[in-house]
Write a protein that binds this ligand. Structure first.
Ligand SMILES: O=C(CO)[C@H](O)[C@H](O)COP(=O)(O)O
Length: 220
């Protein structure tokens, strides 16, 4: 419960980055759900949202927001999304909610990526949270073997298919000392759609909530 309150506080603090009348990139997850609800509760007037998942799209539509495709939106000024882990450089692990591919695309298309999370997500070294990798179905076993060569322990996420129709492999037991190099290496495996390591495109702001309040972390 207190973790949920922390998420809501982070989400609330991100409202100051929303530009009324503009388009807004919206991510996925329980922290973002608070953010979407708060946009509605506080009557924010956004032109339209570009959403990273069917789940967020449904929530936005339920609140009466317009949702458009990224192809129709052009560059976005602000993208708000959660994370499973962040280091002090604001490099992230994402994809716990299986939306990593669309999240990485929208983050890439946005000028400012505001990450919202509870305090427990900030870590010195990424990797305690299993690293999600979305793969083309026929490449699943091959990619898993390549991930073992990189030092990980791949586990297929049971009963999960992404919005793009693909399975997810969660890679356990990684100590990600060099996020940029690992993201490049995993991206180079044929059959990988997206790795949930956001090192080449880290967040620009990290808002961390705790039951006592919020703090904003700048990349160190
Ligand atoms: O990457 C994500 C979805 O793919 C989420 O942002 C991440 O899993 C954090 O979720 P939550 O806000 O529920 O802790």
């Amino acid at each position: 419960m207190s973790q949920d309150l922390a998420k809501r506080k982070a989400a609330e603090a991100a409202l100051k980055y929303v530009v009324q009348g503009e388009m807004l990139g919206v991510g996925t997850g329980s922290t973002v759900n608070h953010f979407i609800d708060l946009l509605a509760e506080r009557h924010f007037d956004i032109q339209a949202a570009v959403s990273s998942s069917e789940a967020s799209t449904q929530r936005l539509l339920k609140h009466g927001f317009k949702v458009i495709e990224l192809n129709s939106a052009g560059p976005l000024s602000v993208y708000v999304d959660g994370a499973d882990e962040s280091n002090y450089q604001l490099q992230l692990i994402k994809g716990g909610g299986a939306a990593l591919t669309r999240e990485k695309i929208i983050a890439g298309a946005s000028k400012t990526f505001v990450c919202i999370a509870d305090e427990s997500k900030l870590v010195k070294t990424l990797g305690k949270f299993p690293l999600p990798v979305e793969v083309i179905p026929m490449a699943r076993s091959f990619v898993a073997r390549e991930l073992v060569k990189l030092g990980g322990r791949p586990v297929l996420r049971e009963n999960v298919v992404t919005d793009n129709g693909n399975p997810i492999i969660d890679v356990h037991d990684l100590q990600i000392a060099q996020p940029l190099a690992l993201e490049t290496a995993i991206n180079a495996i044929p059959g990988v759609v997206t790795v949930g390591l956001f090192a080449h495109r880290p967040a620009d702001r990290l808002i961390l909530g705790s039951p006592d309040g919020v703090r904003e972390v700048m990349p160190s």
